[in-house]
Design a protein around this ligand. Structure first.
Ligand code: ADP
Ligand code: MG
Length: 278
């Protein structure tokens, strides 16, 4: 991401008609339970979970594999309806594909298309008129640090770059929510740190509510303004922790090396292990 980005004002995500702009990105889960299958095959994947996320928060969900993190994210995205309780985004039931931009662990792009082709498809799907697409595309690619790659095919760029395309695509729709499901798990450590720094900055500049799923305490502490630790499946809230680290324009390296960071990471790491064993 270029440094000139810092001086640019962030576009305000467009609220849906009838919703209060300030509340459009808020999330509320009331006694949410979700299960898969029926009868003898039925399994409860998550819940009951009560959770209120104010608009603009960077929430990280941490927990052991299988505790229901992805299920919670899918419920917030509106891809699934809970088998019990209610999910509200901006006060309304989330509409699949409209409520949130979603980034998955693997980028899920069209490999034979160019970077530009993948972004344009998302812009078209988001209802951006043809005349506005080129400028919006350039803005999105600059935001994720992919200037100059427009004409390359997805299979020609690195895994980190592919994940950047996926993030740009998720930002295309200008909805107030960004949901990321272990998006950096498959990347090398250096690329992962750079992308973490970019996502941290991006969420602040766009003001979007962000929900990020990970099983890494380190990633959770670096990214989140608030961390929710889930118990083992069916996951419930084991710990709800505000992260008192500085946000805004911070020296990421210094932050990662600070005593406060180390202390919080140890605290979260311990909580995750305890919650998984309970
Ligand atoms: P996590 O993302 O924390 O690893 P998931 O939300 O993927 O957890 O899964 C929670 C539980 O629900 C697991 O036991 C998993 O096997 C089960 N599960 C997830 N998706 C499905 C599905 N589509 N059908 C049946 N069971 C599922
Ligand atoms: Mg998962």
């Amino acid at each position: 991401m270029s440094s000139s980005e810092a001086t640019r004002t962030a576009p305000t995500p467009a609220p849906r008609p009838g919703t209060d702009a300030r509340q459009a990105g808020s999330i509320r889960l009331d006694r949410v339970v979700h299960g898969y299958g029926r009868g003898g095959e039925a399994v409860t994947a998550v819940g009951p979970v009560d959770l209120t996320v104010p608009a603009g928060e960077f929430l990280v969900l941490v927990g052991a594999s299988g505790c229901g993190k992805s299920t919670l994210l899918r419920l917030i995205a509106g891809f699934e309806r809970p088998t019990g309780g209610s999910v509200r985004v901006g006060g309304a039931e989330p509409r699949p594909g409209a409520a949130a931009g979603v980034v998955f662990q693997t980028p899920r792009l069209f490999p034979w298309r160019t970077v530009r082709g993948n972004i344009d498809l998302a812009l078209r799907y988001a209802g951006v008129e043809r005349a506005r697409r080129a400028s919006r595309r350039a803005e999105l690619l600059a935001r994720v640090g992919l200037e100059g790659t427009e004409r390359r095919r997805v299979w020609e760029i690195s895994g980190g770059q592919q994940q950047r395309v996926a993030i740009a695509r998720a930002l295309a729709a200008e909805n107030p929510l960004l949901l990321l499901d272990e998006p950096f798990a498959a990347l090398d450590a250096l690329t992962r740190e750079r992308l973490q720094e970019d996502v941290r900055r991006m969420s602040e500049r766009t003001g979007r509510t962000t929900v990020f799923v990970t099983h890494s305490a380190d990633e959770a502490v670096f990214l989140g303004s608030r961390i929710i630790v889930l118990t083992r499946g069916p996951g419930t809230v084991a710990m709800d922790l505000p992260v008192p680290l500085p946000r805004g324009d911070v020296d990421a390296e210094a932050l990662r090396n600070s005593a406060e960071f180390a202390e919080l990471r140890a605290h979260v790491s311990h909580a995750v292990k305890t919650a998984a064993a309970a």
